[in-house]
Design a protein around this ligand. Structure first.
Ligand code: SF4
Length: 199
């Protein structure tokens, strides 16, 4: 079976060879992960950033990550002469908490963010959807792609299988961090990890 990174390369090559540039709803968790994912997608897709992260605690941290993503979008638009739309979806995560489907908190968290992203993508007729989450050093890209595959079965939008960690994807985000002085948080997002960092 092909790796998810190989699937990413194959689709990008196909799009390039056929001179296609479909729309991509890029679920984005933070500016740092966005920087690497954007660099890997910008030549192949028309990108809309979908900021849906009700997991981020506390609210000032949420706002900080959102503002930093917006700042980077502005830089990239000017630097690469592209239009990057930004959509913020606000929803109380507790509404999803009530209908957990996995035994694992992180699986539920990522599942929820992908599900809401898929619903938006379908409603607005996007060609593809994916997430910047696979850049994360501690994020399991196989699990994320499997969730994408599972959700694809009940949606019209195609899942862009990808592993943005590969081919020095993390190194690329660190380069961007230096270059653009990107704010980098030291915890993923939810309250227990925030508390741990504070102590
Ligand atoms: S650590 Fe918390 S915020 Fe990060 S994926 Fe897991 S549940 Fe979500």
């Amino acid at each position: 079976m092909k790796s998810y990174y190989q699937m990413q390369l194959d689709l990008c090559n196909y799009l390039k060879e056929n001179n296609l540039k479909p729309s991509l709803l890029l679920h984005t968790c933070c500016a740092l992960c966005f920087s690497s994912a954007f660099m890997q997608c910008k030549d192949y897709f028309n990108i809309t950033v979908f900021f849906y992260n009700p997991n981020i605690y506390p609210s000032n941290e949420y706002e900080k990550r959102k503002q930093e993503t917006l700042r980077l979008i502005d830089i990239f638009q000017k630097e690469y002469n592209v239009t990057i739309n930004f959509i913020e979806q606000i929803e109380d995560f507790k509404t999803y908490d009530a209908k957990k489907v996995h035994q694992n908190k992180c699986l539920d968290c990522i599942h929820n963010r992908l599900l809401v992203s898929y619903n938006y993508a379908d409603k607005h007729h996007f060609d593809y959807i994916t997430t910047t989450l696979t850049v994360g050093r501690l994020k399991n890209s196989i699990m994320i792609n499997q969730l994408g595959e599972m959700l694809e079965k009940n949606h019209q939008t195609k899942y862009f299988y990808s592993n943005f960690k590969k081919n020095n994807g993390i190194g690329l985000s660190l380069e961007m961090k230096e270059k653009y002085h990107i704010y980098a948080q030291n915890y993923c997002g939810c309250e227990p990890y925030y508390q741990k960092n504070e102590n």
